[in-house]
Design a binder for this molecule. Structure first.
Ligand code: SAM
Length: 257
């Protein structure tokens, strides 16, 4: 491909048809649904997405790709040349859709910013993303593993997370330094939480210094209250955040005051 790839925009384009098909096949959308693709690049995945019945909106920051992307002809496709992080997603959705699917092979450095934006501005049904393998492992990590952190708890509270496939660095042009993984985040807020803001602050504080125990990281909280709740799970303040499950964090958060 005769294109001057910009490293600063995370431009590693997929060239493996098998992987492209796997990503596309993991999106079960109908004609009443919308697919939003973030960073279509040269359109490797876009070409597959427009074969579905759904409308497709793409956000691509790099206008140099216009001449390549404009070759994809489809009535269902709308390509917006803007920074996805700066747009208001809803400004571009001009009809009622049953479900909204987000998909993207994301530049690694903006993965979490993109997920945060999607959650705060829309009501995604599923998000299918290709991200750095190590980051995907953190997203899916279970308690008592070194990858488990506040991001794991935050995402697993909001979504059920499923691995779609691993992707070798050789599937891209140019070849990046890291391997990737495609994962699906299926919206499924876990039941019973009273106050999201409190919960998000609690998990951030609890994991602040990963090697310290809850007594140290949650110094500014009502520790008697937290200890009582922990005791009901046969745990106490000497435990570290990485030993506390998502459900337990929800319960602790509900009993903060
Ligand atoms: N989807 C294509 C593929 O799989 O071949 C390209 C993936 S490449 C890893 C990431 C793409 O995201 C690039 O085309 C880049 O220009 C675009 N991009 C980077 N930052 C962006 C942003 N903030 N908003 C929209 N697109 C962005």
């Amino acid at each position: 491909m005769n294109f001057n790839f910009k490293k600063s925009l995370g431009q590693n384009f997929l060239k493996d048809n098998n992987i492209i098909k796997k990503i596309s096949n993991s999106i079960n959308s109908s004609k009443e649904d919308l697919i939003i693709e973030i960073g279509p690049g040269a359109g490797a995945l876009t070409k597959e997405l427009v074969k579905k019945e759904s409308d497709v909106i793409c956000f691509e920051i790099d206008e140099r790709l216009k001449s390549i992307l404009s070759k994809i002809k489809s009535d269902k496709l709308n390509i917006i040349y803007e920074d996805f992080l700066k747009v208001n997603i809803n400004d571009y959705i001009n009809k009622e859709y049953k479900k909204i699917f987000f998909v993207g092979n994301l530049p690694y450095y903006i993965t979490t910013a993109i997920i945060n934006k999607i959650i705060s501005e829309s009501n995604p049904f599923e998000i299918v993303i290709m991200i750095q393998k190590e980051v995907a492992e953190r997203f899916m990590a279970k308690p008592n593993s070194k990858e488990y952190g506040s991001l794991s708890v935050f995402l697993q509270y909001n979504f059920d997370i499923e691995k779609i496939c691993s992707v070798s660095k050789n599937c891209f042009i140019p070849i990046p330094k890291v391997d990737s993984m495609v994962i699906k985040l299926k919206s499924n807020k876990k039941a019973g939480l009273k106050n999201e803001e409190k919960f998000y602050k609690l998990i951030k504080d609890a994991f602040k210094q990963k090697r310290k125990n809850l007594r140290n990281n949650l110094k500014n909280y009502n520790l008697d209250n937290i200890e009582k709740k922990l005791n009901s799970f046969n745990k106490d303040l000497t435990y570290r955040a990485e030993e506390i499950t998502v459900t337990e964090f929800i319960e602790i958060s509900n009993h903060l005051d």
